[in-house]
Design a protein around this ligand. Structure first.
Ligand code: DGY
Length: 325
């Protein structure tokens, strides 16, 4: 007797994903793709999820408490194509019995690379130089043109020494920086690799010639880098953010960049992106990237496969490896 095929779960995929990831999703699931590639949220997301058992979403989608409460009862799991989960109200998901998974590890190196790119770009005034060439304004080498600052010999303060923070530290050591960090828990010595632990992040600010942020966006960390904390940094410090835009108070950073109190900033993420604070665009000392932290072919494929691994485990009745709630 011929065996009946296992009924496939219906999976709402909210964004266009790399081709190999979409192909695997279509093979394993009755996959409902979003050809418009627009971020989803609210009533639109709820309507598209009708009859689905799973949702594969991404960082721009918005699954707030109201949206989660309104999701069809059929939906049992949300797998996000991101390590960050700030776009999902985790408490609401838990209360509704929704499983949520994310994609840690696979984007650590790519994101750490972008942090170093931002550090170097900000310290060496790379985007100013590039704009000068594109504007046809470069009249030739001069001894005093676009002088930046070395990373070597500088003190790097890392706030949040998880996977990405540690990967940034490893890279920064190769540039001759000394590493300071603050974290909820001190790392064991083999992971610390000589980095100086600061139980109080406020105390670390004073020794951070370069400050790099690597902690999640939560209601508690909103606008963590505010005017008071900026004031504790050494004059002429550099600020790098590859975490989430909401952890920086834009008005305070913009004022400090304008006055020169902060020499430069390298920013890959913005509050309310893509509608970033317009004043950033007018600041020569702001090196700006459009949320490219994990944007390599290898990483985005790995993120997609990881999200599908979690969904596959869940629908096979196993514990998803990257379950958040
Ligand atoms: C993440 O995975 O959280 C990155 O920011 C991409 O969304």
């Amino acid at each position: 007797q011929a065996s009946r095929p296992t009924p496939q779960a219906t999976l709402l995929v909210t964004r266009r994903l790399p081709a190999a990831v979409e192909a695997r999703a279509a093979q394993g699931y009755d996959a409902r793709l979003n050809p418009d590639d627009t971020p989803l949220g609210g009533a639109d997301l709820v309507a598209r999820a009708e009859g689905a058992q799973g949702i594969l979403c991404a960082a721009g989608d918005r699954l707030n408490a109201d949206t989660i409460a309104a999701l069809p009862a059929s939906v049992r799991i949300v797998a996000t194509f991101s390590v960050g989960t700030d776009h999902i109200d985790l408490a609401a998901a838990k209360a509704r019995g929704l499983v949520v998974t994310n994609t840690p590890d696979v984007l650590t190196d790519a994101t750490a690379d972008i942090a170093l790119l931002l550090m170097l770009g900000a310290a060496r005034r790379a985007s100013e130089g590039e704009r000068m060439i594109r504007a046809g304004a470069w009249t030739g080498w001069t001894p005093t043109q676009l002088l930046g600052t070395h990373l070597g010999g500088k003190r790097l303060g890392i706030v949040g020494m998880g996977r990405i923070g540690q990967a940034v530290a490893r890279r920064a050591r190769a540039f001759g920086m000394t590493i300071h960090y603050s974290n909820r828990k001190r790392l064991p010595a083999e992971l610390e690799e000589g980095a100086v632990f600061h139980a109080d992040p406020e105390a670390m600010l004073a020794v951070s010639d370069v400050l790099s942020l690597h902690f999640p966006a939560t209601p508690e960390t909103t606008h963590w880098l505010n005017a008071a904390r900026i004031d504790r940094l050494p004059p002429g410090a550099i600020v790098v953010n590859t975490a989430r835009g909401s952890v920086v108070e834009d008005a305070a950073l913009i004022a400090a960049l304008r006055s020169g109190r902060i020499a430069a900033a390298g920013l890959d993420v913005f509050e309310n992106e893509p509608r970033l604070h317009p004043d950033y665009r007018g600041l020569d000392n702001a090196f700006l990237l459009p949320h490219l932290g994990s944007a390599t072919v290898e990483t985005r494929n790995a993120m997609g496969f990881k999200a599908l691994d979690n969904l596959d485990a869940f629908f096979a009745g196993a514990e998803p490896p990257d379950r958040v709630v």
